[in-house]
Design a protein around this ligand. Structure first.
Ligand SMILES: NC(=O)c1ccc[n+]([C@@H]2O[C@H](COP(=O)([O-])OP(=O)(O)OC[C@H]3O[C@@H](n4cnc5c(N)ncnc54)[C@H](OP(=O)(O)O)[C@@H]3O)[C@@H](O)[C@H]2O)c1
Length: 217
C-alpha cells in the first residue's frame, strides 16, 4: 500500500468542473488541483473566469477555462470539443456543479421560472454527461459527481419547489447512470449539501437563508 499522499494523488488525472469560478465549484477546482489533477472549468462571466484562472496560476495549479453558458446546447458542445482536444480525448472526472435557484412560492412561478432551473440544473448536467461519456469510457477509470442539494431529498419550506424538483431528478439520474455506466468503468455519485455561504445564497440574506433551512428541522 502506498503512502497517504500517493493514495490520494490525482497526478495525471483530467477533470472538468462546471461553474468553478466562485463558490463550491471554485473550492472543488482548487482541491482537485492541489491533488495534482489537470482541471478545466467554465462559467459565463469572462472577467471572473480570468480572475479565477490567474489566482489559481499564482498558487501554482494547472487550471484552464472556457467561457460557456451551460444552458446553451451549442456552447456545451463547444466546451466538450475543447476539453477533448485539451485532454487528448480522455477525461477521468466530471463534476456537474453548475446550479441555480429561484426562491419563489409555487403559485408565483412563471413559465420562464419553471424552465430556467430545469435547463441550468438538470438538462445541462444530463447533456454534458452524454457528451463526455466517450471520453470517460476511454480513460479506463472515470467518475462523475453531481452536485445536488438536500432540497432534492426533503421538502424545505419557502425554497422554490422547482429547485427541489431539479435536484430530486439529479438524485435519480445518479442512480440510473450508476447502473447504466458501471459496465464502462464509470462511477456515478452525487453530493447533496446543506446551506453553504456562497454567492448563490449571498443573493438572499444568508441569515434569512439559514432560517428557511433550519425551519425544516
Ligand atoms: N450554496 C449552497 O448553500 C448550496 C446548497 C446545496 C446545493 N448547492 C449546489 O451547489 C452548486 C454550486 O452552488 P454555489 O452556491 O457554489 O453557486 P454560485 O456561488 O452561484 O456559483 C455558481 C457557479 O456556476 C457558474 N454558473 C452559473 N450558471 C451558469 C451557467 N448557466 N453556465 C455556466 N456557468 C454557470 C457561475 O459562474 P457565472 O455566473 O460566471 O456563470 C459560478 O462559477 C449548485 O448546483 C447548487 O445548487 C449549493
Amino acid at each position: 500500500m502506498g503512502s497517504t499522499s500517493q493514495r490520494w494523488s490525482l497526478q495525471g488525472m483530467t477533470v472538468l468542473v462546471t461553474g468553478g469560478t466562485i463558490g463550491i465549484g471554485y473550492a472543488i477546482v482548487e482541491e482537485l488541483a492541489v491533488l495534482g489533477a489537470r482541471v478545466h472549468t467554465c462559467a459565463r462571466n469572462e472577467a471572473q473566469l480570468n480572475e479565477c484562472l490567474h489566482d489559481l496560476a499564482t498558487k501554482g495549479y494547472q487550471v484552464s477555462g472556457s467561457v460557456c453558458d451551460v444552458t446553451s446546447r451549442p456552447q456545451r458542445e463547444d466546451l466538450i470539443t475543447r476539453v477533448s482536444s485539451l485532454f487528448n480525448r480522455k477525461l477521468n472526472i466530471l463534476i456537474n456543479n453548475v446550479g441555480t435557484s429561484i426562491l419563489k412560492q409555487t403559485v408565483d412561478i412563471t413559465a420562464e421560472d419553471f424552465s430556467f432551473p430545469l435547463t441550468t440544473n438538470l438538462e445541462s448536467a444530463y447533456h454534458i454527461s452524454q457528451l463526455v461519456h466517450p471520453l470517460l469510457k476511454d480513460s479506463g477509470a472515470a467518475s462523475i459527481v453531481f452536485i445536488s442539494s438536500i432540497a432534492g431529498v426533503t421538502s424545505i419550506k419557502n425554497i422554490a419547489s422547482m429547485y427541489g424538483a431539479t435536484k430530486g431528478a439529479i438524485n435519480q439520474l445518479t442512480r440510473n447512470l450508476a447502473c447504466e455506466w458501471a459496465k464502462d468503468n464509470i462511477r456515478i455519485n452525487c453530493v447533496a449539501p446543506g446551506p453553504i455561504r456562497t454567492p448563490l445564497c449571498g443573493r438572499v440574506n444568508f441569515l434569512v437563508f439559514m432560517i428557511i433551512f433550519t425551519d425544516l428541522f
